[in-house]
Design a binder for this molecule. Sequence first.
Ligand SMILES: [Zn+2]
Length: 193
Amino acid sequence: MATLERGFKAWAERTAAAIRVDLGLTATAALDPGTLAAHLAVQLLRPDEIDGLPRDICIQLLETDPWGWSAATLELHGKTTVIFNPKKSHGRRASDIVHELAHVVLGHEPAKMVFSQDGQLATRTFDQKQEDEANWLAWALLLPRDALFTAKKSRMVPAEIATVYGVTEMLVNFRLKMTGVNAQFQRGSRRRA
Ligand SMILES: [Zn+2]
């Protein structure tokens, strides 16, 4: 996260909170990636739902190399579209999709729809700063600090939190650490001891 500008993380947390208010979600409610996509007027498609996607590319994405890609944002017939990998776990899919939606919120340019010779979908040029920004905003959308705090307070373990919020346990553990919620509870338990 070395590329993030000072203040970005706090901005991301505030922006995520504001978006969640727009969606009518409380600070502790789970966010459905499909609802966020609809709110942003972004269509979510599996590769086999894309009109005109060459069959060999579809096979490449779903059969030959289903673990080699996550999701991508494209302009498709004038509509911002997130193509997601339906083979990934529910939790991985949620962070993949919300990561792409975070790029949209951040105004990052989507890639042009290009199919290369070797059957790869050409996606946005890799920009570490934009990736870090999208990650941070996506994680804040999926797991707000308030939600983590409330979950810890009610003694939920990371696996339970992951189930409730539809994310991976790995993301829960990462966010518990990065938001300082874990440290806050450790301090609390030391005081009680
Ligand atoms: Zn990205």
